[in-house]
Design a protein around this ligand. Sequence first.
Ligand SMILES: *Cc1c(COP(=O)(O)O)cnc(C)c1O
Length: 392
Amino acid sequence: MKSHPLFEKLRIFAPGPTPVPELVLSEMARSPLHHRTKEFVDVLTRVKSGLQYLFQTKQPSYVLSSSGTGAMETVIVNLFATGDEVIAIDGGKFGERWGKLATKFGLTVHTLKVEWGQAVSPDDIIKLLKAHPKTRGVLFQASETSTGVYHPVKEIADAIHKNSDALVIVDAITALGVVDLPMDKWGLDAVISGSQKALMLPPGLAFLALSQKAQEQRKRSNIPNFYFNLDAEDKAALGGETAWTPAVSLICGLDVVLTQLQKVGLEPVFKHHAKLAEATRRGVKGLGLELFAKTSPSDALTAVHVPKEIPEGKKIVSYLRDQFGVTIAGGQDQWKGKIFRIAHLGFYDELDMLTILAALENTLKALGGHIELGKGVAAASQYFLEGRNHGK
Ligand SMILES: *Cc1c(COP(=O)(O)O)cnc(C)c1O
């Protein structure tokens, strides 16, 4: 980067991994506890109840030492049997992953393709459920991180419940802790999250909660598994432990995050995310840019079309990194170089969003964008100001 190393400050605005608060970093810097001790059992017990709070469920929660995909795999190999039919909603990279995973383990996958940038229509799910009445699960993302779209979870769950017995399986890795997703109230059967997004931790942990109906369906499962075996986890949980050596330092960090989260309460956390997300959207629109999400933009991240004057969109990402030490995410697959994505889930505040908008304006202008400096920052700043005035 261009500034003197003495003044280098790395800033992450990619939708995972996200920044980690100092309170959490210092907790994780302590000597790791041994995982078969009362001390650690106390931490894990507190963490699991904190996760129940976060998932808004009375069902037990699982902590897995893996990235988020490990929890996706856990769901497939523990809840389904070879040949089972599932519907996978594929509106982006992560939806595609559901389909690939299920296919790999021998499930029959009916894919519901959704144009990138669009939210899935519950009516289309109903049609597919009617065409495949033996469907045992519908796999989807709450927030599709590759496109910045929020799929309407409640409407999807309602549509599934009214038309089938299929399990409602939600990858909520960039939604849990961002938007309200009451698992028990909405009848979600499997909800997944991971450490490195809204939960303000480094990568390495995945979380899962299952409804009673999902727990029942485990009995039918015949897919070979070992590391991601929920029977082994249940057995270990009787003694307050995990089956294998867990990522103890991350779990101690998670303890800090969940304790703070419970002090603050879910509602203010959702409001905070909604505010930063709206300010970011106003900021990029203020610059004359177009959001990638046609409807239902996610409050976790904002995906934006690269302006036409900049033919090589990838340069936006590299310029931000080289000049400012800022990491954002580009587009994936057919949208590589055509969109970019800015995160606002987890450990961010108002000034962070003004900072990234300032860096973005400057970058776009430097690369030949038809940009008026200050317009993005002004729109977002104005929104924050109005919010505070109304809050009084
Ligand atoms: C980050 C993410 C995942 C998990 O990816 P990992 O790299 O395995 O942690 C899954 N789904 C969504 C929607 C994500 O954003």
